[in-house]
Design a protein around this ligand. Sequence first.
Ligand SMILES: [Zn+2]
Ligand SMILES: [Zn+2]
Length: 237
Amino acid sequence: MTGWLKQLQNEVTEFLFPCVCIGCGKFGDFICVECSRKLPRLLPPVCQRCGKPEPSAHLCTECWKKHKGIDGIRSVFIFEGLIRTAIYELKYYNLRYICRILGKYMADYYRQNNLVGDYLVPVPLHAKRYKQRGYNQSELLAARLSELTGVPMLANALRRVVDNVPQARTASIDERLANVEGIFKCETDLVAGKEIIIIDDVCTSGATLEACSEALRRAGARRTFGFTLTREVLNRS
Ligand SMILES: [Zn+2]
Ligand SMILES: [Zn+2]
C-alpha cells in the first residue's frame, strides 16, 4: 500500500473507531499517557541471558546450569495489570489497532537499550489458529516495530507445524521445552548468517522462543534473540 493510502486508511479507522483508553476511559489513545506511565516495566537488574529479574545482573541459576541456544531475551513489561488487559484485548477481543501503541512501547525500548538485529521474525500461529483469529498478534507487533525502527520483518520465516496444547503455568522448563520441541520450521534461507530478533507478545518460560531459535539456527541464523512485549514473572515478592 502506498504511503498516502495507508495514511488515509489510518485516518478513516481513527474516525470510525475513536480510541478510548482501556485503563481510564479517556479519549485519545488506547492507553493514555498517564496510564502508560503506570505500566509495570521490567527494570534491571535482569539475567543477561534470559532477561528475568536477577539481583546479580549476571546469569540466573537456571542459565548457569543449562546452556540455552538463544543468545538473549528481553521484555518491556511484566505481564500484569493494564498491559495484561491490553494483550487480552488484542488476542481475544479483536482490538488489533492497539498494536500501534504496543509496538511503539517496543520500539522505544529497542532504541533505548540499543538492541540490534538484521530481521524481526514473529512467532507464528498454527494455520488453524490463524484462520480462527484472522491475524497473528506477534506479527502485528513486529510490523509496527519494523515500521518504527526500520528493521525489516520476515513474517513467514517460521511456520508452526504442530498446534501444541497450551501448557499449564506450573509446568517445569523441561516439560515446556518438550512440549514445543520441533513445532517450528524455518522456511527461508534469508536468515543464514544473520542476527534474528524473534518477536512475541508474552514470554512465559522462554521455551517457545527457544524452539523458534532452534529452527532459525538450523537454517543458518548466526545469532538469535527474543524480544517480547511482556514477560510472566512468577513468585514475585
Ligand atoms: Zn488512561
Ligand atoms: Zn537466566
